[in-house]
Design a protein around this ligand. Structure first.
Ligand code: ADP
Ligand code: MG
Length: 327
C-alpha cells in the first residue's frame, strides 16, 4: 500500500512545486480566500500551506491521507465534469508517502483543531487536539527523505523556488479573489491582496508581472457570442524582461492551448509586429460544457468542443481591439 502511494507519488509529486500546486488547489477547493505559503530551502526542507477554507472534520483527517479518499467526486459521471481542481484523492496520500507530513485543521463547528502526522509510514495516524483557526495547514517536511533516488534529482534551492514562484504567479493571475502571502527562509516573498475592483486588479498585476506591463498594455474587454474575453495585451513599447509572458486563463485556470495562443499571436502580428511575440494576460469565459479541462491530470491543457469558434472569436476580437493602437 505504501509502495503504491510512493509509485503514485511519482506521477503527482515531481518536485516541491508539484506539492505546492496540489496543496494550494486543495485550499482553493475548500473555498479559501487567503493562502499563506511558507518555504524553506526552495521547498525541500519545508512547505507549509495555511488556508482559511472550510477545514477537515476530525473523522476525515486520517482518511484524507489514504488513497482515493476524495470527498469531491461522488460518481463516474461527476468525474467527467470535475469542477474542482482535485486529482481524485491521490495527492495527499502520495505526498505523505514521500515526506514527513503534518495536517492540522479546524472546521467551524469545532472548538479546536485536530492534527495528524506521518513520517512516510502507512499506519493511519490518530488525531490529536491542536490549536488552529478555522481552516487547514499542511506542513510537508524533508520531501523525498525516504526515496533518495528521487531526492537527488532535486535542483538547487533557487531553481526549485523559481518553479514554485512561477506556479504561484499563475495561480495568483487566475484567482484575483484570493490573497496570497509567500515567505521563503523567513523572508517575505510575493504578497498579493485579493483585488475586488479594477484599480486593485492593476495593482496586483503590477506586483505579479511588473509595473511596466500594466502601464504599457492595452485593456481588452469584449463579450460576444456567449464568450467573454478580458485582460491585458502589451503594446509594442513594452520590452519584457521575462522570456515568456503569455498567460491565458480559461474559466479560472491558466491553460496552455496551442490553438488559442496561435489565434492570439496571429491577431497581434497581423496588426502590430509581424516578427514579435505578444505578451499578454487574457481571461476567457466559456460555457463549461464547451471545454474539457481534464485532458491531462496536470490540467494545463484544455480541449474546446468547438475549437474553430474559439479561434475565430479570439482572432477577430483581439484584432479589432489592437486596431485602436496600430502604430
Ligand atoms: P482530492 O483533492 O482529489 O480530493 P487530495 O488527496 O488532494 O484529493 O485531498 C484529499 C481530501 O482531503 C480532499 O478531498 C478534501 O476532502 C480533503 N482536503 C485536503 N486538503 C484540504 C484543505 N486544504 N481544506 C479542506 N479539505 C482538504
Ligand atoms: Mg487535491
Amino acid at each position: 500500500e505504501q509502495l503504491i502511494n510512493q509509485i503514485a507519488a511519482g506521477e503527482v509529486v515531481e518536485r516541491p512545486a508539484s506539492v505546492v500546486k496540489e496543496l494550494v488547489e486543495n485550499s482553493l477547493d475548500a473555498g479559501a480566500d487567503r493562502i499563506d505559503v511558507d518555504l524553506e530551502t526552495g521547498g525541500k526542507r519545508l512547505i507549509r500551506i495555511r488556508d482559511n477554507g472550510q477545514g477537515i472534520p476530525r473523522e476525515q483527517l486520517a482518511l484524507a491521507l489514504s488513497r482515493h479518499a476524495t470527498s469531491k467526486i461522488g460518481s463516474l459521471d461527476e468525474l467527467e465534469r470535475v469542477g474542482s481542481l482535485g486529482f481524485r484523492g491521490e495527492a495527499l496520500p502520495s505526498i505523505a508517502s514521500v515526506s514527513r507530513l503534518r495536517l492540522t485543521s479546524r472546521v467551524r463547528a469545532d472548538e479546536h483543531a485536530w492534527q495528524v502526522e506521518t513520517d512516510g509510514d502507512e499506519v493511519p495516524p490518530e488525531p490529536a487536539p491542536a490549536a488552529h483557526p478555522e481552516g487547514t495547514t499542511v506542513e510537508v517536511r524533508d520531501l523525498f527523505f525516504n526515496t533518495p533516488g528521487r531526492r537527488k534529482f532535486l535542483k538547487a534551492d533557487r531553481t526549485e523556488l523559481g518553479h514554485i514562484q512561477e506556479l504561484i504567479r499563475r495561480l495568483a493571475l487566475a484567482r484575483f479573489d484570493v490573497s496570497i502571502h509567500v515567505r521563503h527562509n523567513d523572508k517575505p516573498g510575493l504578497q498579493v491582496a485579493a483585488a475586488r475592483d479594477q484599480d486593485a486588479a492593476e495593482e496586483r498585476l503590477a506586483r505579479l508581472l511588473g509595473r511596466g506591463f500594466v502601464e504599457q498594455s492595452l485593456r481588452v474587454d469584449v463579450e460576444a457570442a456567449g464568450l467573454a474575453l478580458r485582460g491585458w495585451v502589451a503594446l509594442p513599447t513594452f520590452s519584457r524582461t521575462t522570456a515568456d509572458l503569455q498567460y491565458l486563463v480559461v474559466n479560472g485556470r491558466v491553460v496552455r492551448d496551442r490553438m488559442a495562443s496561435h489565434a492570439i499571436r496571429r491577431a497581434y502580428q497581423d496588426v502590430l509586429y509581424k516578427d514579435r511575440y505578444p505578451a499578454y494576460v487574457l481571461y476567457m469565459d466559456v460555457d463549461p460544457g464547451q471545454v474539457d479541462v481534464n485532458v491531462h491530470p496536470a490540467k494545463h491543457e484544455v480541449r474546446f468542443r468547438d475549437g474553430r469558434l474559439i479561434y475565430d472569436f479570439l482572432f477577430r476580437h483581439l484584432r479589432q481591439a489592437l486596431e485602436s493602437v496600430r502604430p
